[in-house]
Write a new protein. Structure first.
Length: 120
């Protein structure tokens, strides 16, 4: 992978991370604004369920932010774009689709097959 491609993927990851952080800020403000305790039990339950869904979404995004940060570190170390399992280059098209990918398509497919077999 050349320098221009590394810069391209780093910019994609940084923009993605910034968007996720903005969502976190919006969630905090939304939850602070909506923190009223409605007297109706049904309204209260609806509000609690909405908060629960929103918090689960933010938790997934928090884990994604960690993965984005570790991927940015790989770019800095010039170790980005190689499969963790077999060491082969992952491929630009796969990285465009999933910039945080750490396995080539063949290894990822094998992992998914193994997961299905163990889960069945």
């Amino acid at each position: 992978m050349n320098e221009a491609q590394r810069v391209h993927f780093k910019n994609i990851l940084l923009n993605w991370r910034n968007e996720l952080m903005e969502e976190v800020d919006r969630t905090v403000h939304h939850m602070q604004d909506e923190a009223a305790n409605p007297p109706d039990p049904a309204d209260r339950a609806t509000l609690e369920e909405e908060f629960s869904i929103e918090l689960r979404t933010r938790d997934r995004e928090r884990r994604l932010i960690k993965k984005i940060d570790s991927t940015i570190e790989l770019i800095a170390k010039d170790d980005y774009g190689f499969c963790d399992s077999c060491g082969v280059e992952i491929g630009i098209r796969r990285l465009e689709a999933r910039p945080t990918a750490n396995k080539c398509i063949d290894c990822k497919t094998l992992d998914e097959i193994k997961e299905k077999q163990l889960g069945a």
